[in-house]
Write a protein that binds this ligand. Structure first.
Ligand code: NI
Length: 223
């Protein structure tokens, strides 16, 4: 009984200690997939490091890689839309945009078992006035290391580590070896700084928010 009391006291002390420091949460997001080899490499790495992420998928690639799409969901990651053809939304008519989102959403639901509720427009470009997202929350980002442009993992990692703050949404792409490498290094470095990785919806919830359809989010910075 005494032993139990000591353990209980210890737990209370530990709990108080944890409670005093604000938790640092961040979300990794990957656009333009699934891409086959690189997405598979990324999923292996995330599984090994036990880190959830959010994938904004292109419909035409979901059609090409339904099994990878299914694995993304099975591994506990979140899936959002990134259009069907990766055409910038301002270049599409309202009907074309609706078609893109409906087709992609259907394919994702068919492969993963769940219809997405988040959308990230290609290039972060919102549709022309008049087109509204009635069904999806728009998720942009707060940290963009431009991994797709440099293809240098070291530069991508440095750019992220220089600016990252709790509540940030980090933009990456599972479209090259250097991005997958960078993601692994970012995870290791931020874990050392006390960060916990969450999906976008989990990140919002951690800071008391819920992504709402029709609203645009860049991050969920506390305060
Ligand atoms: Ni893109």
């Amino acid at each position: 009984m005494r032993k139990f009391a000591i353990i209980l006291a210890l737990l209370l002390v530990l709990d108080t200690g944890v409670g005093t420091a604000p938790k640092k949460y961040v979300a990794l997001t990957f656009d333009d997939g699934p891409t086959g080899r690189y997405t598979a490499q990324l999923l292996d790495m995330l599984e090994e490091k036990n880190v959830p992420a959010t994938f904004f998928l292109c419909g035409y690639r979901v059609a090409q890689y339904p099994a990878l799409t299914a694995r993304i969901a099975e591994d506990g990651h979140e899936i959002g839309l990134h259009g069907f053809s990766h055409t910038y939304f301002p270049e599409l008519t309202g009907k074309e945009l609706d078609d893109e989102l409906t087709r992609s959403s259907f394919l994702i639901a068919e492969a993963s078992g769940a219809a997405p509720t988040l959308v990230r427009p290609p290039g972060g470009l919102l549709p022309k006035k008049g087109s509204v997202f009635s069904e999806f929350a728009v998720i942009l980002w707060s940290v963009d290391p431009e991994d797709w442009a440099t293809h240098q993992s070291g530069r991508t990692v440095r750019r992220v580590l220089r600016t990252v703050q709790p509540g940030d949404i980090i933009l990456l792409h599972d479209a090259s070896e250097s991005s997958v490498e960078a993601a692994g290094e970012i995870i290791d470095a931020l874990k050392k700084e006390g960060y916990t990785f969450l999906t976008v919806s989990q990140l919002a919830a951690a800071y008391g928010e819920t992504p709402e359809a029709g609203c645009v989010y860049h991050g969920f910075a506390p305060g």
